[in-house]
Design a protein around this ligand. Structure first.
Ligand code: FE2
Length: 435
């Protein structure tokens, strides 16, 4: 399906896009290469970031042994938090400052990798915490230059954080999720080892896979880069530059892989082939969304996760209520894509086909229905929550959810159509339940 018209030039719009990515090594057992990569990056004293739960799995040990065998001085930091906060970022940064490291390695999910990015940033270019935090909450300043080398080793097949320059956290005093965004935050090297997926609980595989699905579908349907205003200087071109021909490649491939493997990977824990394929899909979608940016489902997820009341899903820590990131995103997705389909129906229809929908006799007028139905079908067959009511919300919560998500303008403005506060409330309303 041709989508060339999507990038037609516009008055005042950007005429160029950037291809930014880091070095990525992908393959079974590649965590054992950590020491050699660290050495070749000139690191001699390295901080190894992980979390306590992961310490029980062999991945952290594999990396540590590899680093030690290469003669590096290794210090482990395992106090990262699932769903990091400004406080946990500050504690990690303090550790990094005191440790006088010349490099970093993170072994874990998005929370670990993001925490490591922040620790690298604040120890490389110390500043008041809000200096680098996204405006309007923070000052949104860019660091003065490159950070120290960071090798990121994802242990879940979802986040894509190993490929992006984004670190997300909860700002406790404002009860708001926000982040730090900079090209300098992107890890120097990613080591993506699909063996890590073998030990992931079923629900974690599912939530991670739907995060990947939404990364790819949001990036593919994002506002085209030609409709974003030309930047004042080339270096000011944002990382989330909108859909572009480079990000399209990763989105397309990732969605096709998900269409084939998502049900198998979730519903058969012995299907290691399917789980490993999801890791590749996650990497491709990570490259794509790190380059194009995501939009409304992720913007809505900020308040779905942030205002969670009593939801405690299987496979996750039970000490406090939590809405895993992938679930907080996908519960919004059918509602959003049904709405955005009108802006670029051919893209929504193509994506539905890659995800397994029968689109043979479909026209563009069917795109909204087909894409939302296909996502719902995949959610139902993998036991995902039934919309935002499935994670504990009702129509009474819509105004609070809308108020929490509407400030996420960086994401909302990356949608292919204008999202007003009123339309956002309507999207939450349509997301209450799907079946
Ligand atoms: Fe995500």
């Amino acid at each position: 399906m041709s989508c060339c018209h999507y990038y037609a030039p516009t008055e005042g719009g950007d005429a160029a896009f950037s291809v930014d990515t880091n070095a990525i090594t992908f393959g079974k057992g590649c965590l054992a290469e950590a020491g050699d990569h660290a050495k070749s990056l000139g690191i001699s004293r390295i901080a190894l970031f992980t979390d306590r739960a992961l310490a029980a799995f062999p991945h952290v040990d594999n990396v540590k042994v590899s680093l030690l065998n290469s003669g590096l001085d290794v210090v482990v930091y395992d106090e990262t938090r699932v769903e990091p906060t400004d406080q946990s970022f500050k504690s990690a940064s303090q550790f990094a400052v005191e440790g006088k490291f010349d490099g970093f390695i993170s072994v874990g999910g998005g929370s670990v990798i993001d925490t490591c990015k922040a620790a690298n940033l604040y120890s490389s270019y110390p500043a008041d915490f809000l200096t680098y935090v996204n405006a309007p909450i923070g000052e949104g300043q860019q660091p003065a230059g490159p950070l120290k080398p960071h090798i990121a080793c994802p242990t879940t097949s979802g986040t894509g954080s190993e490929c992006t320059g984004i670190a997300v956290f909860d700002l406790l005093e404002m009860k708001a999720k926000t982040g730090i965004v900079s090209r300098h935050l992107r890890p120097t090297q990613a080591l993506v080892d699909p063996l890590c997926t073998h030990t992931m609980p079923k629900n974690v595989i599912a939530a991670s896979a739907f995060d990947v699905l939404s990364h790819a579908l949001e990036s593919y349907t994002a506002r085209p880069y030609t409709q974003r205003a030309v930047p004042g200087t080339p270096s000011a071109r944002p990382m989330s530059q909108g859909a572009n021909p480079w990000s399209d490649i990763g989105c397309r491939e990732s969605l096709q892989i998900l269409g084939i493997y998502i049900k198998r990977a979730v519903n058969d824990s012995n299907d290691t082939e399917a789980r490993e394929q999801l890791m590749w899909a996650a990497t491709l979608a990570g490259i794509a969304f790190g380059n194009a940016g995501v939009h409304v489902p992720h913007g809505m997820a900020y308040s779905v996760a942030g205002l969670i009341k009593n939801f405690r899903p299987d496979g996750y820590p039970t000490d406090e209520p939590i809405c895993p990131h992938g679930m907080s995103v996908i519960v919004n997705a059918p509602s959003v894509f049904k709405h955005t389909a009108a802006a670029c129906p051919d893209r929504h229809l193509a994506a539905a086909g890659w995800l397994g929908a029968d689109t043979r006799d479909a026209g563009e007028e069917d795109a909204a229905e087909i894409i939302s139905k296909q996502i719902i079908h995949l959610m139902r067959t993998t036991n995902m929550p039934n919309g935002i009511s499935g994670v504990g919300y009702s129509t009474d919560d819509i105004s609070a959810l809308t108020a929490g998500a509407f400030p996420q303008q960086r994401l909302l403005q990356n949608a292919p159509c204008t999202i007003t506060e009123e339309s956002l409330a309507g999207l939450f309303e349509q997301a209450v339940s799907y079946w």
